[in-house]
Design a protein around this ligand. Sequence first.
Ligand code: ZN
Length: 293
Amino acid sequence: MPVYGGIECGGTKFVCAIGRETGELLSRIEFPTTTPAETLGRALEFFLSRPQTPHSIGIGSFGPVDLNPRSPRFGYITSTPKSGWRDTDVAGTVRRAMSLPVAFDTDVNAAALGEARWGAAQGLDTFLYLTIGTGLGGGGMANGRLLHGLVHPEMGHIRVPHDRAADPFPGCCPFHGDCLEGLAAGPAIEARWGLRGEALPPDHPAWDLEAHYIALGLETWICTLSPQRMILGGGVMRHAAMFDAIRGKVLTLLNGYIQSPEILDRIDKYIVPPALGGDAGVLGAIALATLLQ
Ligand code: ZN
């Protein structure tokens, strides 16, 4: 039975794994994201030292990335604010070193594909996968196809109402200041409150503000894409009380306008954590690799 490789390239950590097309993981490793040379080197070392050579390797990467197969920079991380990673040829580096077919997509599209095949989006054709952690990004499917388009969606960089009297923090996106990512991703929590999210107590006002901004994003995407489900992963969402807070605020924002029982009666099944947990990204990368038959 063939095996497939997956790499989840995250801004904070990389996860590499070998698995089967059933979603069974055979080996897995994770390590912090440092420089491109060191981090990609560790990923290659992992695959080259496995007993079985994978049929192909899938990569889900933080971005922005170039997904146009006709572009000379296909497979690159392009205009990222992450230091040292701008203009990094991720897919080409792996393809040349391994001499294997390589599939490449955004980290959130890969995770969405993993959830569609084995997790919380099975049987759905239009849904979103959001990650709220080092950055805030979204991917997913519309009518059964992964969302690509001109470049790829950059859902974290939408503008949301920002009441500067209630929240004077100016935002920390290097491109936009107070876009949604600049107000609500992990670095914004740390910059606004002086403590990382995991150090904040459960009753800290940070969480209500966080749920408020995320709900504004979800309401926008519900009204634009009409997703059948929204899956929320990433480090910030490990604060479990966030789910109920966000669900309540989304219902308030929609104000009964979207007449779907999925939202009105079953919102706890509509806004959900990834069923694949912390493996959504790397399993999704393996799912991408299986598409290269
Ligand atoms: Zn931005």
